[in-house]
Design a protein around this ligand. Structure first.
Ligand code: ZN
Ligand code: ZN
Length: 334
């Protein structure tokens, strides 16, 4: 089978012929239909801190069709269309039994989606609703990441929300915030490239992140935001979030920043700001994100800007390292 293979922190991914993976007893073989390119994969292929092994096949936002069952694989049949929850735990510890494999001691973020075939544990595979196009299945994972952040914010009806960063996670946060009670959702970004997508996903206003943004967001929302979601992950952003949020407000950090960041504590203390970080999702949230796609009700397709083949994928992947007009790019292996 063809796969996009990691060949080192200085090289682009390479398309190679690989032996077909074989499902273990409690696994299934999946014919990958779509796999989203995630910003975290860009980090994992550039920054040695992630210790990505040479030869790895990344890609954790995938959906496909079950092609073969391991001997003891339960609850699935060949031909089922599934989205894969890529956070894999041991399956038996208290965290796993609570549907929170992210906090299992043996947790691993499984990849394999940048290939024609992949394997996953049976318990990681969730059947897509019959009315959901398999093309949308790759959106479940980023939507679940966004939902987790929004869940941690305990929004109440009427909340004023600001989302920093109009990438897929920022747009996913806008989507859920609007559906979970926020009346005003301001999305900001350095450029207006994703403004229309943001509005389609749930934003009530889009604001350019320039020096007047604090005033602009606050007047658009009718007051400073109760919650600021940080979905950028660059040094300096936390300090901006503290400027934006209302006194005693909440900042939820979803951005993946691997460099040190700093802020002036006095600035935060004088507003009694709360800061909450957000990682991964629960299986319940993954299921909720999947259900949101049912019946084509999900506006999430708006975040997709391109679908590329596996052979086009390495070049597209490298291009995403620079600021582009792309939002979510999906790989279609066939
Ligand atoms: Zn991802
Ligand atoms: Zn476990």
């Amino acid at each position: 089978m063809k796969a996009a293979v990691f060949r080192g922190f200085d090289s682009p991914l390479a398309i190679e012929d690989r032996p077909e993976p074989r499902p273990a007893d409690d696994e299934v073989l999946i014919e990958v239909a779509r796999c989203g390119i995630c910003g975290s994969d860009l980090h994992m292929t550039r920054e040695p801190a992630f210790r990505t092994p040479i030869g790895a096949v990344l890609g954790h936002e995938f959906a496909g069709t079950v092609a073969e069952l391991g001997r003891n694989a339960h609850g699935l049949e060949v031909g089922d269309r599934v989205a894969v929850a890529p956070v894999r735990g041991c399956g038996s510890c208290p965290s796993c039994l609570a549907g929170e494999p992210a906090w299992c001691r043996q947790m691993l973020l499984q990849g394999g989606g940048y290939a024609e075939l992949a394997v996953a544990k049976d318990r990681q595979c969730m059947r897509l609703p019959v009315t959901t196009a398999i093309e949308d299945g790759a959106l479940v994972e980023p939507l679940a990441i966004a939902l987790h952040g929004v869940t941690l914010a305990d929004l109440t009806p009427g909340s004023r929300v600001m989302v920093m960063g109009a990438g897929p996670i920022g747009l996913g946060v806008a989507y859920w915030a609007r559906r979970l009670g926020a009346t005003g959702v301001a999305v900001t970004d350095l450029t207006t490239l994703q403004a229309d997508r943001a509005m389609e996903m749930g934003a009530t206003v889009f604001v350019r992140a320039d020096e007047d943004a604090v005033q602009a967001v606050s007047s658009a929302l009718g007051g400073a935001p109760d919650v600021v979601f940080e979905c950028v992950g660059r040094p300096g952003i936390l300090s901006r979030a503290i400027e934006h949020v209302r006194p005693r407000g909440l900042i939820v950090m979803l951005g993946l920043c691997t460099a040190p960041d700093s802020f002036v504590p006095f600035q935060a203390v004088s507003k009694e700001v709360r800061i909450q970080t957000s990682a991964f999702f629960t299986l319940g949230e993954f299921r909720a994100a999947l259900d949101a796609l049912d019946g084509g009700r999900c506006a999430a397709r708006a975040m997709v800007t391109a679908t590329v083949s596996l052979s086009q994928m390495p070049a597209t992947f490298e291009a995403l390292r620079q600021r582009t007009s792309q939002c979510k790019v999906i790989v279609s292996p066939d």
